[in-house]
Design a protein around this ligand. Structure first.
Ligand code: 5GP
Ligand code: ZN
Length: 112
């Protein structure tokens, strides 16, 4: 956890384009956006992945933050996707749980 990238962003030591922040949750723009809107929503507390997440209220806070940001960014009506990649086969590359908020273009299904 000491060298966790998203803990570094949550604590302010690593810069990020922060779009929302409160005492429990933070949201910032993905450094390598895959859609016109690509925001990462994280808890300030460290959990490795969805598999390790034990705080149901915090999970709810993350999802409600994603939905609220989608409305604020003007993509709620056109539609968007919220994704949590979990562990290796899920494609998770940063082991600090995060939800991707993606929108501003039509999404394909199934994901790769
Ligand atoms: P994952 O692959 O774990 O689901 O998602 C990790 C995401 O973090 C990727 O979309 C990647 O572009 C993003 N990312 C990696 N390093 C940084 C960084 O230093 N700053 C920001 N804002 N995003 C990052
Ligand atoms: Zn962390």
């Amino acid at each position: 956890m000491g060298d966790c990238l998203f803990c570094g962003i949550a604590k302010g030591g690593i810069p990020a384009d922060v779009v929302y922040s409160d005492e429990r949750v933070m949201a910032f723009r993905d450094i390598n956006p895959q859609a016109p809107v690509h925001i990462l929503v994280i808890p300030r507390a460290h959990y490795d992945s969805l598999d390790a997440m034990s705080d149901a209220q915090l999970l709810s806070d993350m999802l409600q933050t994603a939905a609220r940001l989608a409305r604020e960014m003007g993509i709620a009506e056109s539609g968007y996707r919220v994704v949590m990649n979990c562990n290796a086969d899920g494609g998770q590359t940063v082991q600090h749980i995060h939800a991707h908020l993606l929108g501003g273009r039509a999404m394909a299904w199934p994901p790769g």
